[in-house]
Write a protein that binds this ligand. Structure first.
Ligand code: KG4
Ligand code: ZN
Length: 348
């Protein structure tokens, strides 16, 4: 429920504390106004979940609980501010692992209640998109934004701040899931995306022929399950016949080709000249380079966050929260958590 408490209206200068705990990173960040980043602290659980080859939700919640207070304290300390300096607290409350979200939301509620400051619930995918405004506050709108993460692959038309239209989405696996599942098939650890990126730099992307699913000619939807099956089948007989670097480069190119072509196609179809990218997969070096080339060749502007702001972090939550705070879009202490909620429906 969004309400505007007159005593809590945003003044022209303000400080927002952002908290992120939707999956396996506990993050806290302090942002002054909409774009002056004072700190961005991330405690990653990657090493813990690598032991099980993926995120175990119960384990993730437990570690968030152990880390959240220290991460918030560290973010304040690095920013050189105290609790008393914060004007609002923003927290990712949807979508994500319920138990994990609950930890961040409970911490944010305690801080908001204790300090009597506004609480702002932020959609995790909206936060990923706002990493672009953190990167460039003047990023032109309307824009086409590719969001590709471990759980999401969507193309959005962003008409204005807070106004999203889904133009296309994956029909099965997310792009990050495809990276991670293919990585596992070829014997790499979790999470595989970053490892594929690293090794692909020394591989030949034409070495192994892999499918690209474009679906119908003008479809902006994605499908990555066929790629995963193809890698699984081919690897049974061919894994040892090619250097692992060639597998990585071939898998990466098969995913990146489709992501880039459909993003540019969406921009052409909707006559948009501004492109953005967000989510963990947007950290991929080949995707960043290919999107740059494609935007340049098509006369489009591109904003793409640095890798640290593509993968899960609290700075993006603080930034999305700051825009909401500036527009007096604040919540109350009944703020709930939701495991899944489409962004277009969630935007207010
Ligand atoms: O956005 P994110 O950090 O968390 C979610 O909200 O899901 O995205 C995580 C996903 C994982 O699948 C991970 O393998 C992938 O992003 N990823 C990458 C790279 N860095 C992270 N995929 C390809 N190349 C990378 N450099
Ligand atoms: Zn994410």
């Amino acid at each position: 429920m969004t309400y505007v408490a007159p005593s809590h209206r945003a003044h022209s200068r303000f400080i927002v504390l952002g908290i992120e705990s939707s999956c396996d990173e506990t993050g806290a960040s302090v942002l002054r106004d909409k774009g002056d980043l004072l700190s961005n602290v991330i405690s990653s659980q990657v090493d813990i979940h690598a032991l099980t080859g993926g995120v175990v939700p119960e384990v993730a919640s437990r570690h968030h609980l152990e880390q959240v207070n220290a991460v918030v304290a560290e973010a304040l300390s690095q920013a050189g501010v105290g609790f008393g300096d914060i004007d609002a607290v923003a927290v990712a409350n949807r979508p994500g692992l319920l138990g994990a979200l609950l930890v961040g939301v409970s911490a944010a509620k305690a801080i908001a209640f204790g300090l009597d400051i506004p609480l702002i619930g932020v959609h995790h995918i909206e936060a990923h998109i706002y990493a672009n405004f953190l990167t460039n506050p003047n990023a032109p709108l309307p824009a086409i934004c590719l969001v590709a993460s471990g759980g999401h692959t969507e193309i959005f038309l962003i008409r204005d701040h807070g106004q999203y239209e889904v133009l296309g989405r994956t029909r099965d696996d997310a792009a990050g899931e495809a990276f991670d599942k293919c990585a596992r098939v070829i014997g790499l650890g979790y999470p595989g995306g970053i490892e594929i990126d690293r090794r692909a730099k020394h591989g030949d992307s034409t070495a192994i022929s892999l499918p690209r699913a474009y679906l119908t000619r003008d479809s902006l939807d994605f499908s990555f399950s066929g790629l995963k099956t193809a890698v699984l089948n081919l690897a049974k007989s061919e894994l040892g016949n090619h250097p692992i670097e060639d597998w990585c480069a071939s898998i990466q190119e098969a995913i990146v080709d489709v992501l880039v072509k459909k993003t540019i196609m969406a921009a052409h179809t909707h006559e948009i000249r501004s492109v953005m990218a967000a989510g963990g997969v947007a950290a991929n070096s080949s995707l960043q380079a290919r999107l740059r080339e494609a935007c340049e060749a098509n006369g489009m502007s591109l904003v793409i966050p640095a890798p640290l702001f593509c993968t899960d972090n609290a700075a993006m939550v603080a930034c999305a929260g700051a825009y909401r705070f500036a527009n007096n879009l604040i919540d109350d202490l009944s703020l709930d958590t939701f495991p899944s909620e489409p962004l277009a429906l969630a935007s207010r």
